[in-house]
Structures are given as structure tokens and as C-alpha cells.
Write a protein that binds this ligand. Sequence first.
Ligand SMILES: *Cc1c(COP(=O)(O)O)cnc(C)c1O
Length: 454
Amino acid sequence: MDLRSWLPRAVDVIDEWAATFGPFTPHPSHQVDDDTFAAAYARFGKRLQDNYPFFHPRYAGQMVKPPHPAAVVGYLTAMLINPNNHAAEGGPATTEMERECVAGLADMFGLPAHAGHLTTSGTIANLEALYVARQAHPGKGVAYSADCHYTHERMCHVLGITGHRLPVDGAGRLDLDALRDALAGGRIGTVVVTAGTTGLGAVDPVHEVLPLAREFGARVHVDAAYGGFYALLAGTDPTIDTRPWSAIAQCDSVVVDPHKHGLQPYGCGAVLFADPADARHFTHDSPYTYFTDADLHLGEISLECSRAGAAAAGLWLTTQLLPLTPGGLGQVLAASRRAALRWAELIEHSTELRLYQRPDLDIVTYCPEPEPARLSVVDAASEALLRAGMNAADDPVYVSLLRVDAADFRRRHPEVAADADTARIARSVLIKPESEEYLGTLHDRVRHLVTANR
Ligand SMILES: *Cc1c(COP(=O)(O)O)cnc(C)c1O
């Protein structure tokens, strides 16, 4: 599908609908003529060139890519109406689309009955899950791993909850012995597990955490903001351990970000609660809203008020074309996964690069082979790779960095001397399926940059 033909259709569809309400005169206060606009738009277009090519597989850095064209057309069309999914009267059509999308996401994780809604971000979605955790276990703390997203520590602070930071094992997953000790202390009400950590893409052993947490009467919240859509491949891709993914169905809450692996523009996270009764923690009344629909309005089960109905529209239209199935959206993730596995293998066999650890999902972590084998050399060489890649004007390549502790590094690579407390390594999130075909070029380019900067 070509945006050049579909973007004007968005305007047509809304114009046709608007015409059914009869003519009116737009106010002169906000009229702008085409010449004035053209000048501002030219300046705007220039400003936007100051960007990194997130769309291109030569960008292999952070977890960013443009939305699917269907998401763009869906979002833009709905935005011309600008529905507000806070309450059904703010946008009946997009409220229904949101409910259907949320049911689809719950189904992807095998959650039975559920309450949930889209959010502006994974951060807000996690805040809501931790808020419910606090209401369910007042006075108790929240345990999370040292590799979880920093948002959990911050949101515990915001909510006045004591956070318990637990160590990770040699693969970046929550350490179960440490968790048992923490639970036995009697001060933990909720355990956060991450299905796809932001740094390494590590998947915590949800299936082992769950029975342990239950033994001590604790809730389990799954932060699957990045990795959640990999649930589509569990059971069909033999390289993915199905056990943590199947266990999510028995957990209490789940966060997933359609604006990461769900092909959506920013402004689209989601929080799901397994028990619909958890919605009671959001109970409030509003003197201005909630008049048109007997069902719970989305704003009645969330902390946010105004929210883009267009975000639900974009997700709904995208999933009509790429449904939440292994053969639909799953194929997009499958290509990313194959690219990550293949690159990890190429790196393991290269003399210029060293693989930090095997990827659980599609995030590849590595560093230039340090000569001499010291952490300070790892750090400097990784940073040099990042700079050399982005400054190579005619053939740039973009990676990102991840700071790791000396102890974590040496658990994987004991022969590298710890002459520093931490080191930065290279991190490439292969979030685009196009990375698969481009991989040979990417690998050669990164190797070349490493050798040239020795
Ligand atoms: C991205 C991410 C978040 C934060 O989500 P935002 O949408 O960026 O606010 C939280 N947890 C994990 C695991 C993430 O990858």
C-alpha cells in the first residue's frame, strides 16, 4: 500500500462524513493561506532532516522504527475527527475499536476474562499495574530485577512503595534464589517479571517465578512492554522457550507496548489485568462524563483522562491486516528473531567482535574484541564503534550502547580483566524485519569499522 494514494483517501472519508452534517463557515482567526503554509512547511521539512534513519536497516540501535502505513492511515483518518477515548461519548467508534484491540491483546497472552485499556505509554501502563499492586497489598513492597526497566524503581517512588532490587543470573534473568529469600522475608506483595528486558532482551523465568510468588501470596506483574508480541511465536518457533510465555496467562497483570513491536506510532501502550475486579481500584465519578454508555467507560478504569482515540484506530486497522497470529504479525517478529540468531552466530565466529550473550529475543549485544583483554578497552572500543558508525557520512551505521557492571561482564567473559567498575558494550535492537536480509552488509560494515578504528 502506497501512502501517496491512501493519505488523500483519509481526507475524502472524513469530508464525506462531515458533509452529512451540513455546511458552516470556518472562523477566519485560524485561516492560513497556502503560500504562508508552504513557507513554514519548507522550514519544517528542513528541521526534520536532523534525524537518524530509523526506517533503514543500517540503523541498528535503539528500539525505534516507523509505524506501518496502515497505522499511519488509520491514525491520521481518526485524528481528523480527534476522538478522545477517555469516555464513550468522546468517541464511540474508537472506544469500540479499543475494546476489541484490548481483547485481542489479552487473547494473545491467553488471559481469560480481563480488564484493560490502551495507555499513552509503557511507563503509564506499568504505573497503573503497580498502583493496583499497591492497592491489593497495602504496605507491602515490590520486587524487581536489577535489569528491569528503570521505570519500576521510579514508579515505586512515585507511589510510595518500597522497591526491592534483586540480582540477575548469568543470562540477565531474575535470580530465583534471591527472589525466594526476598519473599520469605514477608515484605513483598508483588513481583515484577520482565518478558524481554530493555537492555538485553532477556526473558525472566515467569513459569518459575509464578509458583514461588503464589507460595508467598504475592501478585505477579509481567512487564512485556518490549517483548510481549513474541507471545505470538511461542509454540511455533522452536528457538523460543514456550514456558515463560505460557505462564503469563496465570499472572495478575501484563503490560505490552504496541508502539514498540506492534507497528504503531508513539502513544500506544497497554495494560491488562487478569481479574476484571481489579478495575474497582480505579473507581471514581466524574461530573462531566460517562453518560452515554452503561458499560464501564475506558476512563473509568484508567488513571489517564484524555487519550488519543486515533491510537486505537491505528492499532485496530493494522491488526485487520496483520492479525495477532503467528502467520500475521508473528511473521514480522520471526524475521527479527532469525536476524538476531544469525548475527549472534556470525559474531561468535568473527575475530573482530565478541558476543556478549546469546539473545533470548532480537536484541544483540556485543563488543569489539578487546586487545588487550581489559574492561576499559571494551568500553572505549564500543564507544568508538558508535561514533565511527554515525560519523561515517557516506556509509553510516548506527548502533547503541549498554552499560554493564564489571561482575556481569566477567560472569560471561572471565578472561577479560576488570580494570573498571562498568563498561559500555554495543547493543543492536533488530526490531525491523528488514534486518534479516541486510545482515551480511551490517556485519561486514561493523567489522570494518572495528578494524579501521583499532
Ligand atoms: C520501553 C519499556 C518500558 C517503558 O515504556 P515506554 O512506552 O517507553 O514508556 C517499560 N518496560 C520495558 C521492558 C520497556 O522495554
